[in-house]
Design a protein around this ligand. Sequence first.
Ligand code: SF4
Ligand code: SF4
Ligand code: SF4
Length: 296
Amino acid sequence: MAQGKAILYDSSKCSSCKGCQVACKTWNNLASPIEKNAQPWTGSYQCPPDLDTHTRLVITFDEKPREKYGVDWAFGRRSCMHCTNAACVMVCPSGCLFHDEETGMVSIDNEKCIGCQYCHSACPFDVPRHQGVSFMGTEAIINKCTGCIDRIKNGRSPACVSTCQSNALQFGEWSDMLAKAKERAEVLKAKGFDAAQVYGEEQMGGTHVIYVLKYPLEQYKLPENPQVSPLIGAMNWFKPILGVGSVALLGGLGISFLRGVGYKRDEMHYDELKHDIVDLDTGEVIRHIDKEAGER
Ligand code: SF4
Ligand code: SF4
Ligand code: SF4
């Protein structure tokens, strides 16, 4: 069982106001590189469409048109899950990604990032984002949620939690957040939401972001059974013996292999590269996105 702290996200209470997204950017000084009104309409109210080097948190929208009028909404939280068995930490050859011992959150030391992107390949939730490589004076940047450990260490809750008006986000001891999540899932089930469930108790050894999901898992685009590749476990074992350089090489070979077999993508319900945009009034597919074929 995981220990330390956790963020609880209750999807059934989230109003999708996106205040948490804004608070995250404000506290972490993450300005958008996109010009005002330059974000193209994607057919969804989710914005931005995904995480990037300037965005650590996105509220996801699952929008299903009703038979007659209106839309059924399912809101989710897309950000780092702060896994106990964190594949990103295991695979990172430079020590840039690390567990904070007190809280269990997975944070980053950007000065150590070499831009290898192994963590992105290893993460079953497809979270870390990068820019550049550390080479001949250029700097690499990795970005992902740090758990706001800078705030936690000073007795405050994470910025996203502190701004949430609907109490969809809470912060506290891991065991307390899990107990609250279970209690809430039971309430939802009693109200007729049969698929209500807790996500994060078992996944990846217990995650430090725990979800209460109101609807079936696929509406939140979460992998059913996220795993750390056994190959990554073996690399981690060799780290203290071989040192950073050798593990980086070994890691490179391993990740190339993992990319080849696509173990992660098979479990994802949502494919960033290929997906449909649906007309919310008619339910018809109005556009098929296939980035591999060059369409955006
Ligand atoms: S601030 Fe709270 S209610 Fe608003 S989008 Fe974030 S989690 Fe949902
Ligand atoms: S914990 Fe901090 S860094 Fe992570 S999503 Fe919330 S505000 Fe952003
Ligand atoms: S969600 Fe991905 S980036 Fe976050 S701790 Fe887990 S493996 Fe690492």
